[in-house]
Design a protein around this ligand. Structure first.
Ligand code: SF4
Length: 414
């Protein structure tokens, strides 16, 4: 009898993060550059949604009308999703256009719109007043309509997998620029533009869920994002949405997570973790060089303690990079060390880019990752990747548009 050949355990492949087709900006020490401050640019015009209810009344008076007109305008804009003076017949006809223009100056120009075949996912590319480009994605699910909004033009967090991170931070968006994305989406829904024409146009149907997972790091634009959240949730002077339906996500700006926990607005909080070990996360999410995995998880746990709201951990599953079984176990250990019942994990397969190091994990690997977390007592649900066919990942549409603009500006003979 011949001796069996010893089976050598194959070492799991470890792919390290690196940029493909672009060069990451680095600081003097060679670390990925983090940009927290918004570059100085011309500010967008002040809009109703930037102001507190009291400041709206003051502004209306400055424009020569009695303060109660502010309430009428709030209703037109936040409840009926209109900027059109012709529809605001309860406002005095004389000077109405100038008044409405003064309170609701145009903020977003639609540049492109991409839809899935069934029309239940729509991606918008918007141009801001200064030419900066941002995106939002509208998705119909059974029983809910979700809008993924941008909070910054560009982003200063420099994550190597992210199209938005490539160009750095152009500027913070104003609260009204954030709100306007929702108003425009609600207008489209009210006009029957989202999904199956037999089902759309339901009386009163509108965006029910907001996720701050478009362009930008929301907590790096804290004050304006919070003003936008206040407008979304204000039942008397705003949109009257449920705070629970609003998800504020971050790559881990710890001091801002703590601040958010003290706001007494119980939004859903999501930490985009993507790796449970500092060695990988330092490369994958450069802000980890400031606030480590454990610090970010401690802050997330504090959020749960202060608000009673269960925290979401977002985890993009990237083939051979962060999808190893031992990483699922390590993540489960770190979460369980901080208690039970406070957290939910949402792994999401990265949009597949065959041949790239940034591609989605194999299905059996995804399932194993999820199984290990669930077995360890951590509720874990694999998310679907909506919008694959329409450049669903954040920043892809802007990148495509900017490439097209560059191509268009290159003389033909070059
Ligand atoms: S992944 Fe998010 S935080 Fe990172 S660069 Fe992209 S937009 Fe910014």
């Amino acid at each position: 009898m011949t001796e069996p050949t010893p089976v050598r355990a194959t070492k799991p492949r470890q792919v390290r993060p690196a940029t493909e087709g672009w060069t990451q900006q680095k600081d003097a020490e060679g670390r990925p550059l983090l940009q927290f401050a918004s570059p100085k640019r011309g500010k967008p015009p002040v809009h109703l949604a930037d102001l507190t209810p009291e400041a709206r009344v003051e502004k209306v008076k400055e424009l020569g009308l009695p303060g109660f007109r502010a309430k009428q305008l709030e209703k037109h804009y936040f409840q009926h999703f209109t900027h059109d003076p012709a529809q605001m017949t309860d406002l005095p006809a004389e000077g109405r256009e100038q008044f409405v223009h003064g309170m609701l100056p145009p903020l977003l120009t639609e540049v492109r719109r991409l839809e899935t075949d069934r029309g239940d996912t729509i991606k918008f590319l918007w141009k801001l007043h200064d030419g900066a480009l941002v995106e939002s994605v509208l998705m119909r699910y059974p029983g809910r309509i979700t809008l993924c909004v941008s909070s910054q033009a560009g982003c200063g967090m420099n994550c190597p997998f992210c199209a938005t991170g490539q160009a750095g931070l152009t500027r913070n968006m104003s609260a009204a620029e954030i709100i306007e994305q929702i108003v425009r989406a609600n207008r489209l829904i009210a006009d029957g533009g989202l999904g199956d024409p037999r089902r759309v146009g339901h009386e009163g149907e509108r965006v029910t869920n907001i996720v701050f997972m478009g362009m930008g790091e929301p907590l790096a634009n804290y004050a304006r994002v919070m003003q936008a959240v206040r407008v979304m949730t204000d039942k008397k002077h705003g949109m009257g949405m449920s705070a629970r339906g609003i998800t504020v996500s971050t790559v881990g700006l710890v001091p801002a997570i703590r601040k958010l926990a003290d706001e007494s607005i119980p939004v859903t909080f999501a930490l985009s973790l993507h790796a449970p070990d500092d060695r990988l996360r330092d490369e994958l999410i450069p802000v980890n060089s400031r606030w480590k995995v454990d610090e970010a998880l401690d802050a997330a746990r504090e959020y749960f303690e202060k608000t009673g709201r269960r925290v979401s951990i977002e985890y993009a599953l990237i083939k051979d990079m962060n999808d190893h079984a031992w990483r699922a176990d390590l993540l489960a250990t770190k979460l369980n060390e901080r208690g039970r019942g406070w957290v939910h994990v949402n792994p999401i397969p990265l949009n597949p880019t065959p041949g790239s190091i940034w591609t989605s994990s194999d299905v059996d690997v995804q399932n194993e990752f999820v199984r290990r977390l669930n077995d360890a007592g951590i509720p874990t649900t694999l998310r679907d990747t909506r919008g694959k066919e329409i450049d669903g990942a954040c920043g892809q549409l802007v990148a495509t548009e900017e490439d097209a603009a560059v191509a268009a500006s290159v003389p033909a003979e070059v």
